[in-house]
Design a protein around this ligand. Structure first.
Ligand SMILES: [Zn+2]
Length: 489
């Protein structure tokens, strides 16, 4: 997909115009301003209700181009980055069903200070919105959805910063789509070894350091929780280490949960929707995608990425409830349920990060608890931190990227729930009692005073049903948000 800026609509070859407009705006007037012709619009019928992302395809007679996609933006006073992202992705869904090669997009009029950000967001939303995961399906030619080759963005902006904004939007969008691929691939393909191979390929492409620790290395390092979770599967665990940037700076360490399939282990999950547990590595996929994007944009930072990649299956060699495992930092953990495995592999990764890298900040992404879905549903990520100073930075970033989160407390008094009769702690709290919080407290026990953010993305990393602006499956929640956060560090 090529995306470029054009300044004159009439000099640009196109076979469809995307024409966004606000409630109450004179669409025929806008059309005339840019294209000169007369648009006999169906709007006078008032059939078109102008809501964000509402589209209507018009076939115009005689004129070139022959098609116009009206794109509703809702009320102008409520317009935002989030509204534009939603609108562009919805427009892209409408375009995928058409036989179109060259699309001209009219940019809405926005504040001059934000115009470049809107350009980046446009490129991101086009790339993200065009995503389809169909490589395991045989479609007939007329079922196949084609992505237009060329997008021409009608804008007064030009020069280096405008082109850089388009390139950044596409790069981050493509990185997010790579994370979605990893989440959507079935677990018999996207194994820990597959994640490791992907990490190696990414590191070669973007020229950063990558090391894969195998079972023996993990054992030597003393990461007993990872080994304990991995021992039920014949797929060997991999501990992926990435490093990018200026080693003289204290690093930001990104840690992602990489459970390539989570059956729950011996404490097996109900079978309803268990097939979706292939996305339990979404946090790990986020970290890999963020690394690709950060290196691609040459961010002036020192980043470490850690992904414990493991499969959790029941078998004759699997860990049992009641087993006691020793973590990387020497603490012992009693397994109450083998389905609380994510916090275990993350705990070892956190301890490893602290021992080897002296992080200035740990950002950790995990599809950690069903409890966070019960609390916040599928629109909001659970956000925990021991460093209140970063909350505003993430809130500001979310205004651009529309990845919403809600802060939940690290309530000290719930720590008692993790006391074990037989080990230093147990791996879950009381059933049905603040499960997202006690999972975060478990992790905090390993984090200590190091600044840290924990994103519980169990509800937001996956969407079961397709939406007008979003394909079903993995969502890469957190990739764009984190890129925006890191750029502003
Ligand atoms: Zn689990």
């Amino acid at each position: 997909m090529n995306i470029q800026i054009v300044s004159d609509a009439k000099k640009t070859k196109h076979d469809l115009i995307v024409l966004p407009f606000f409630q109450g705006q004179d669409i025929a007037g806008i059309y005339k301003k840019y294209f000169g012709g007369t648009l006999t619009s169906p709007l006078s019928s008032r059939d078109f209700k102008n809501k964000i992302g509402r589209t209507q395809l018009l076939y115009t007679a005689g004129d070139v181009p022959s098609r116009i996609l009206l794109l509703g933006l809702g009320e102008q006073s409520k317009f935002s980055f989030a509204a534009w992202r939603l609108a562009v992705q919805t427009a892209m869904t409408a375009l995928l069903g058409l036989n179109v090669e060259n699309v001209l997009i009219v940019m809405p009029v926005v504040k001059a200070s934000e115009a470049t950000r809107y350009l980046e967001l446009t490129a991101f939303a086009l790339t993200f919105g065009a995503y389809q995961f169909d490589q395991y399906q045989h479609a007939t030619p007329d079922e196949k959805k084609t992505v237009p080759n060329n997008f021409y963005i009608l804008s007064k902006l030009k020069g280096r910063s405008a082109n850089e904004a388009l390139a950044a939007g596409q790069l981050i969008g493509n990185s997010a789509n790579e994370a979605r691929d990893l989440g959507n691939h079935p677990a018999n393909i996207a194994t820990p070894s597959h994640l490791a191979a992907h990490a190696i390929a990414l590191s070669k492409k973007h020229k950063f350091f990558c090391r894969i620790m195998n079972r023996e290395d993990i054992k030597k390092e003393g990461m007993g929780l990872i080994l304990g979770i991995a021992q039920g599967s014949s797929e060997p665990a991999k501990f992926i280490i990435l490093e990018y940037g200026d080693k003289k700076q204290p690093p930001v360490v990104l840690i992602g949960k990489g459970l390539t399939f989570d059956s729950g282990g011996v404490s097996i999950k109900p079978s309803d929707k268990m097939e979706e547990m292939k996305y339990d590595m979404a946090g790990g996929a986020d970290v890999l995608a963020i690394f690709g994007a950060a290196a691609g944009l040459k961010l002036p930072l020192h980043l470490i990425g850690l992904v414990p990649a493991v499969e959790n299956l029941p078998s004759g060699t699997a860990s049992r409830p009641g087993d006691v495992l020793t973590a990387h930092n020497g603490q012992t953990v009693e397994i109450i349920t083998t389905d609380a495995e994510g916090r275990m592999v993350l705990a070892d990764a956190i301890s490893f990060a602290k021992k080897h890298y002296n992080p200035k900040l740990i950002l950790e992404y995990s599809t950690l608890t069903g409890a966070v879905v019960a609390a916040l549903g599928n629109q909001l990520t659970g956000f925990f931190t021991n460093t209140p100073a970063v909350v505003k930075n993430f809130s500001d970033a979310a205004k651009l990227t529309d990845e919403k989160f809600w802060m939940l407390p690290l309530e000290d008094s719930y720590k008692d729930q993790l006391k074990s009769q037989f080990a230093d702690m147990k791996n879950v709290g009381e059933r049905g009692s603040a499960g997202a919080i006690t999972a975060a407290l478990f992790l905090q026990n390993f984090v200590g005073e190091t600044p840290w953010v924990h994103f519980d993305i169990a509800g937001t990393a996956w969407t079961t049903q397709p939406k007008p602006h979003l394909a079903a499956g993995a969502t890469a929640w957190g990739v764009y948000l984190t890129m925006e956060f890191l750029r502003n560090l």
